[in-house]
Design a protein around this ligand. Structure first.
Ligand code: ATP
Ligand code: MG
Length: 149
């Protein structure tokens, strides 16, 4: 799913000369709603591209931690002020009007991403440094076939 998303978004990154790297540290296979998780990752990776200036970098890591499959999306972008970090997952929330005008968007991407992950029993964590970059980590519990729905 991650590789599909990167393939889809690479042309947009190329336009800004942003390099996208994928590090698949663990090969993880499990049951999930592929379309929904793809939508979630599209929202996160397209944010990483959108909020990173030209010639920046987006690094995506896939790894297993305890019983979870993790996807970390790191960018070298504009970052998010600490005071906004708790609100960016709210519907229609965008960090400031000036940057919102410059980039366009509705402020729904992250709230949709978090809802999808929550429905899968996982969560999304964020850490960020202003003018340095942000990292979003999606954590999904690995479910075996036959366990639950
Ligand atoms: P859209 O609905 O098109 O996704 P959006 O990108 O503004 O619009 P969200 O994806 O929900 O909305 O993101 C909310 C806000 O969080 C953004 O407006 C932006 O200010 C901030 N943000 C999200 N991801 C990043 C990132 N990787 N780097 C810096 N700021 C970010
Ligand atoms: Mg967005």
């Amino acid at each position: 799913v991650v590789h599909n998303v990167v393939r889809r978004l690479k042309p947009i990154a190329d336009q800004k000369s942003i390099r996208i790297e994928v590090h698949e540290r663990d090969k993880i296979q499990f049951y999930l709603d592929q379309g929904k998780i793809q939508q979630c990752l599209i929202n996160l990776v397209s944010n990483a591209i959108k909020y990173t200036p030209e010639h920046g970098e987006v690094v995506i890591s896939i790894y297993r931690e305890l019983g979870d499959a993790c996807v970390a999306i790191m960018d070298t972008g504009i970052g998010i002020p600490e005071k906004d970090l708790t609100q960016i997952f709210d519907r229609f929330y965008r960090v400031d009007r000036a940057r919102a005008r410059a980039t366009g968007g509705s402020g729904l991407g992250l709230s949709i991403a978090r809802q999808i992950v929550t429905l899968h029993g996982g969560d999304i964590q964020v850490s960020s440094t202003l003018n340095k970059g942000s990292t979003f980590i999606v954590r999904l519990p690995i479910r075996q076939q036959g366990v639950g729905g």
